[in-house]
Design a protein around this ligand. Sequence first.
Ligand code: GDP
Ligand code: MG
Length: 298
Amino acid sequence: MKIMDKFKSGFVSIIGRPNVGKSTLINRLVGEKIAIISSKPQTTRNNILGILTEGNTQIVFTDTPGIHEPSTMLAEFMVKSANEAIKDTDVILFLVEPIANVGRTEEKIIESLKKQDAPVILVINKIDTVKKDILLSVITKYTEKFDFAAVVPISARRSDGVDTIKTEILKYIGEGPQYFPEDMITDQPERQIVAEIIREKLLHNLNMEIPHGIAIEIFSMAESETKIVIEANIYCEKQSHKGIIIGKQGALLKKIGTDARHELERMHDKKVFLSLWVKVNEDWRNKRGKIANFGFEI
Ligand code: GDP
Ligand code: MG
C-alpha cells in the first residue's frame, strides 16, 4: 500500500527596508509578476499575497511594506501592517542589503524579531553588487546580532539563491490545509494588479517626489474573449503635479499609458484599451476616509 504524503502549508512574511528587493524576490518565488518593483522606496503600500503551490506543499507569502519611521498617516498604516505581518507567521524572511554595517532600521527590525518565536531566515540580497569578502563581513555583522535559522545570500534580480530560500523555508513548514486553489498565485483582485502596473509605469516615468502621493483607481474594467477595456483615474496631490504627469501636450501620460498597456497585453495575451485621467485630490495621504477609499484597511 502506498502511503500518501500529508499536505503541508505555511505562511511566510518577507520584511525589510524599502527598496531592498522584497517585491523582486516574491515575484521570483512565485514565478510571476504580482508585486511592482521600483527603484524608488516605499512603493509597496499593502501586503501582497504570493502563493506558491508545488506538489503537496503550499507556501503563502506576504510582501510587507518596509518598517520605517512613521511620518504621515499612510506611513503609519504601513508600519502597522509590517508589524502585523510578523505575527502569526511560520517563517520570516528578513531581507537586507549587502552592507557590512547593521543600519538603524535593521536594528529596529531585529528588536521586533526578538519578541517573537518564528524562525528568521536572513536573506542578503543584491550580492551581484558586492565582492565575496564584503559578503562575509555582512554575514558576521548580522549573525552577531541575532540567531538566524539560516543565512542565504541571493540576487533576486538574477534569480540566484532563490531555490535555496525555498529549501530553507520547507524545513519549517508542517502539515496544514491547502488554503488556496493550486493555480492561484495571488489574492490580489485583478483590478489591484492593473492599478499597481499603472503605478509602476508612473514611477518609472516620473523622476521626483510626486509618485508617493499618487493613487490609482480603476473605475471600469470590461473583459471579453479578445480584449480588455480599462478606465482609470490617477489621483495626485497638487494641481502642479497634475501638469507634470500629463506632460507637454499629454506626452508623458501617453507614454505611461502605452507602457502599462504593453505590459497588460503581454500578461493577458489580449488587446488592451486603456484610458487614463489625472485628477487632483489634495492631501489624501493624511485623510483616513480617503485612504480607506483607495482600498487600504485601517
Ligand atoms: P522593495 O521595495 O523591497 O519591494 O524592492 P523592489 O523589489 O521594488 O526593488 C527595489 C530595487 O532594487 C529595484 O530597482 C530592483 O530592480 C532592485 N533589485 C532587486 N533585487 C536586486 C538584486 O538582486 N540585485 C540588484 N543589483 N538590484 C536588485
Ligand atoms: Mg515592494
